[in-house]
Design a protein around this ligand. Structure first.
Ligand SMILES: Cc1ncc(COP(=O)(O)O)c(C=O)c1O
Length: 405
């Protein structure tokens, strides 16, 4: 708790609360600069970033290669709109398509826009390729999903905070329990155009489905002529110790939805990657975005793809993730009642008798570690992939102290 009147933080927190809609409940820290895995606040206090902008900062704050690309691009060209082609566009689309092993890329800005794009493409594919009767397409989604905040996306959210009072809701979605292949299979009918899933549910608390689930989804989608859309916006691009979370089970979806880390923590960049038989259904005028695929976004995202193409970050995430796992599993029974880890991504269930996730995050912040609670007593850790072994140990030690009271 901050008591010193000379500190700038309390006033800055008050101002933020006064002038903004209260659609978030941030921790009362006010950040003014950052580098790598570390943040500094307006009072000069340093924090280890264990959230990384919900995985938007996989390469850490201000990665030199990404910052250099952004600076160089700012000095040349920032926006053309898609009315014209610019000189960063083809390289971005080609390099990302190659990383995904797909024919084509459709760039957008935010994650929610990538999801909306995926839904629109799947519906059009359903009508034009699969032969679904007009207006009858349905998409199977999972309970506990988080795909963004648009009116269509919240229509199939099972989180009442995200959904309530935002109707009328968009029809055409069937919700089934996550991880239950039989339920998913039963929900597919002749008008199903897609299954839309997070390969690991991030907002739900880093929920990893049972082994065999994703390959099973892949198989049933292939058998029933249904597109498998993997929302890898939070799980993709190195977070789990592989380029995509689907890679852990050798699964290749029909569409990858990407965002967050694709913008290198500098600009919002999202994209849909798929083969030509799917993305090819879109013709001029049927979909678009003024800012999607802009030169600055492409210049940064090209470097993001190049950072990933060496495999170094995926390896770091896998190796350091084992250290994180060992540390966190050591706390089960000592304040944690459950831990799920994939690469440098962890969901921790705190014993609700001890404290809420929010309280734990406040106490961690007071000890110089920033993390974010999600759903009651669960905390998500997603440090930048540039974090070191010593810094992981520091985070685990501080968590142990918080849990010990
Ligand atoms: C899996 C997933 N999909 C989509 C989104 C939405 O992304 P954005 O906030 O950029 O719209 C998120 C954001 O947390 C996400 O985790």
């Amino acid at each position: 708790m901050i008591v010193d009147d000379k500190l700038r933080t309390p006033g800055a927190v008050r101002d933020a609360e006064r002038w903004t809609a209260h659609n978030y409940h941030p921790l009362p820290v006010v950040i003014s600069s950052a580098e790598g895995a570390w943040l500094t606040d307006v009072d000069g206090r340093r924090y280890l970033d264990c959230l990384a902008g919900y995985s938007a900062l996989n390469f850490g704050h201000r990665h030199p290669q990404l910052i250099a690309a952004a600076h160089a691009q700012l000095d040349r060209l920032t926006l053309t709109s898609r009315a014209f082609i610019h000189d960063q566009f083809a390289d971005f689309c080609r390099e990302l398509a190659e990383l995904c092993g797909k024919d084509l890329v459709l760039p957008m800005n935010t994650g929610a826009e990538a999801v909306e794009t995926g839904i629109k493409v799947a519906r059009k594919w359903g009508y034009q390729v699969k032969g679904v009767p007009a207006g009858q397409a349905n998409i199977v989604v999972a309970e506990g999903n988080f795909h963004g905040r648009t009116t269509t996306i919240v229509s199939f959210s099972t989180d009442e905070d995200a959904r309530a009072d935002f109707g009328p809701y968009t029809p055409g979605f069937t919700v089934v329990p996550y991880g239950d292949l039989d339920a998913l299979t039963a929900a597919i009918n002749e008008n199903t155009v897609a299954v839309l899933l997070e390969p690991i549910q991030g907002e739900q608390g880093v929920v990893v489905p049972p082994e065999g689930y994703l390959p099973g989804v892949r198989q049933v989608c292939t058998e029933r002529n249904v597109l498998f859309i993997a929302d890898e916006i939070q799980s993709g691009l190195g977070r789990t110790g592989a380029t995509f979370a689907c890679d852990h089970e050798g699964v290749v979806p029909d569409m990858y939805l990407l965002g967050k880390a694709l913008g290198g923590g500098i600009v919002p960049v999202s994209a849909v990657a798929a083969n030509a038989d799917v993305l090819g259904v879109l013709k001029p005028g049927q979909h678009g975005s003024t800012f999607g695929g802009n030169p600055l976004a492409c210049a940064v995202a090209i470097e993001v793809v190049r950072l990933l193409s060496t495999g170094e970050f995926q390896r770091r995430s896998a190796q350091l993730g084992e250290r994180l796992r060992a540390g966190l599993e050591g706390l089960v029974g000592k304040g944690l009642v459950g831990v799920r880890v994939r690469g440098l991504w962890a969901g921790l269930d705190i014993d609700p008798a001890l404290m809420t996730g929010r309280e734990a995050c406040e106490r961690l912040a007071a000890r110089g570690v920033l993390a974010k609670d999600t759903h009651g007593s669960t905390i998500r850790l997603a440090p930048p992939l540039v974090i070191t072994e010593e810094e992981i140990d520091l985070a685990v030690t501080q968590l142990a102290e918080v849990l010990a009271g």
